[in-house]
Write a protein that binds this ligand. Structure first.
Ligand SMILES: [Fe+2]
Length: 164
C-alpha cells in the first residue's frame, strides 16, 4: 500500500518553517513544478487518463508549495483505486513500485519534491514511461465512472473550504 509519512518539524510558524524531511535510502531527487492546474502525465487527445508506473523506483513526494491530488491504482491492493491530497506542510506520500499514478494540481499550481529510491535496475526510459488507460482495459475499468468510487484521503480540508 501507499503510506503517508510524517516528519520532524523543528519550527512551524507563519514566518518560519524548518523541517527535517530526510528519506533514508533516497538516492535520486526530482522536483516537479506545476504552473496552475496542470495534469501529469497529460491526458491523451481523446481525454483518456495517462499514468506513470515505476517498476524499480519508490516515490516519496512532498508538496513544498501549493496542493496536488494524486490518483493511485495498484492491481495488487485490496482496494485498487485511491485519491490522495498532498498539500504544503503535509505528510510525505510514499508510492511503492508497480503503482499507476497521475496528479492534478490545484488552480494555484504546486511544487513537489520527490526523494526517490531507485534500485540498480532502474533506467530513466523504463521508470518514466507513460501508460494510457485506453491501452490497459483493467486500468480503464477501475477508473471509469461506473466502477466503485476511489477511496479518498486528506480531502477534509477541501470539503471544509467548499462548505464555508
Ligand atoms: Fe512517480
Amino acid at each position: 500500500m501507499f503510506e503517508l509519512i510524517p516528519y520532524q518539524k523543528f519550527r512551524d510558524t507563519p514566518s518560519v518553517r524548518f523541517f527535517d524531511i530526510t528519506i533514508n535510502n533516497s538516492n535520486a531527487r526530482d522536483l516537479v513544478f506545476h504552473d496552475g492546474p496542470a495534469v501529469s502525465p497529460n491526458n491523451t487527445d481523446r481525454g483518456n487518463w495517462q499514468f506513470y508506473l515505476h517498476p524499480h523506483q519508490e516515490d516519496n513526494l512532498l508538496a513544498v508549495s501549493g496542493g496536488r491530488t494524486f490518483y493511485l491504482v495498484n492491481f495488487n491492493w485490496e482496494q485498487p483505486f485511491h485519491m490522495v491530497r498532498l498539500e504544503a506542510n503535509g505528510a510525505i506520500l510514499r508510492i511503492p513500485p508497480g503503482t499507476f499514478h497521475r496528479s492534478v494540481s490545484d488552480r494555484g499550481g504546486s511544487l513537489v519534491l520527490n526523494q526517490a529510491v531507485r534500485t540498480a535496475q532502474a533506467t530513466i526510459a523504463r521508470e518514466f514511461r507513460v501508460y494510457s488507460s485506453a491501452d490497459i482495459p483493467k486500468l480503464k475499468q477501475i477508473t471509469s465512472y461506473g466502477a466503485p468510487a476511489p477511496i479518498l484521503h486528506g480531502f477534509s480540508d477541501l470539503e471544509d473550504r467548499r462548505a464555508a
